[in-house]
Design a protein around this ligand. Structure first.
Ligand code: KG4
Ligand code: ZN
Length: 363
């Protein structure tokens, strides 16, 4: 194939990001990768405030784009396409990035690729040193999503299971808020858990040993709230033990659900299975370790992207854009920003197999 040079733009949550990537027969090369986080602006609220996020994208995107182009040492005229996240996500932010992408595409006569943020995460493991071939079993765990997806090819995704209430990153963030640890909660809970006793609190493992590979985390979160109410005031050790107990429950649930997902996915293979983890929560080393051990036990290969490409970034958006462009896909400038945009539209139209529940904010 002719090498493709693509600019990626990501603004769907609380990271303003731009990246330039070259895709050729030798695979993708990331030429620049700029991420401007907004954690400090959202920290006082213990979560992402959509209005603050949208304004921060407006203020930060121009400089982020300039830095990405400079670092890659390319001009807009050199690009083969402009890829921007068009959803799902916080709509104000998505509109900022998508509109910027449309403007660049229009001004420089380049094709626009409207990328599904989840497709970015789904393909992000292909930025790893040893990229997985298709098909692979993807565990996508982020702040807004928690699902198993059979990734059969670029653009061909089958959702096998999903959460019936909270996303896993959301559960981590809520626990951190409950314990007053700060925001974003995932890395703080992970660090705190390393100091704690996972056996002190008997916390539930929702859906353990049940059929299928759906998830539920609301009961685990409620059990943590009950323990905090029972304790009254919390010592550092109480906090560490709760984090350790929570993470131990999460690991048990993930291993159990992943085992079932592997069995559901087996019909998709001919050869050796590949388990892939992506999304912000896949940056958790305890989770990566547990999944890797399970993969080894089942004779699967395990791949996760480097930590910086687990959380939101534009390199994965540029990659998804370049992959689509190489297959002849691009979008009209009238393409809308979508707050909701499932990867597998057919599966999203049917309910998860257990019980209906609230989906994550970005589902
Ligand atoms: O993929 P991402 O950056 O944004 C979404 O698309 O949602 O994921 C952010 C989520 C947050 O909930 C954050 O707390 C969680 O990923 N996260 C982690 C870790 N690092 C980030 N959760 C657990 N352990 C971590 N080390
Ligand atoms: Zn994300």
């Amino acid at each position: 194939m002719k090498p493709l040079l693509v600019l990626g733009i990501e603004t769907s949550c609380d990271e303003t990001a731009a990246a330039v990537l070259r895709l050729s027969d030798d695979g993708p090369v990331v030429l620049s990768d700029i991420v401007l986080g907004q954690a400090a602006a959202h920290a006082p609220f213990g979560g992402v405030v959509p209005e603050i996020a949208a304004r921060a994208h407006v203020e930060g995107l121009d400089a982020v784009l300039g830095a990405a182009m400079r670092e890659a040492r390319v001009g807009f005229a050199d690009l083969d396409g402009v890829a921007a996240t068009a959803g799902p996500g916080l709509i104000g932010g998505v509109m900022v990035g998508l509109l910027a992408g449309k403007a660049i595409a229009l001004a420089h006569g380049k094709p626009l690729i409207a990328v599904n943020h989840l497709e970015g995460h789904a393909l992000s493991p292909r930025l790893a040193e040893k990229p997985p071939a298709f098909p692979y079993l993807l565990l996508l765990v982020s702040g807004g999503h928690c699902q198993f997806v059979a990734v059969l090819d670029v653009g061909v995704y089958r959702r096998l299971g999903t959460t019936i209430d909270d996303a896993l990153g959301e559960a981590y963030d809520k626990l951190a808020k409950l314990l007053g640890l700060g925001f974003p909660g995932g890395p703080l809970v992970e660090r705190c858990a390393a100091e704690g006793d996972p056996a002190r609190f008997a916390l539930p493992r929702p859906l353990l040993h049940r059929d299928g590979c759906d998830f539920s985390f609301a009961g685990l979160k409620t059990a943590c709230v009950r323990e905090v109410e029972r304790l009254g005031s919390l010592t550092l050790q109480d906090r560490a033990d709760l984090c350790a107990g929570f993470q131990a429950a999460v690991l048990d649930v993930l291993a159990d659900r992943t085992r079932n997902a592997m069995m559901m996915f087996d019909p998709f293979w001919g050869a050796k299975g590949r388990l892939v983890a992506a999304g912000g929560v896949a940056a958790n080393l305890a989770i990566r370790g547990r999944l890797e051990a399970l993969a080894e036990e089942r004779g699967y290969d395990f791949v996760a992207p480097p930590l910086k490409w687990c959380t939101d970034n534009a390199a994965m958006i540029a990659l998804a854009g370049a992959e689509r462009l190489s297959r002849g896909f691009s979008d009209d400038l009238s393409v809308p920003a979508r707050p909701r945009w499932p990867l597998d539209e057919a599966a999203a139209a049917s309910r998860p197999s257990h019980k209906p529940g609230r989906k994550g904010a970005k589902a």
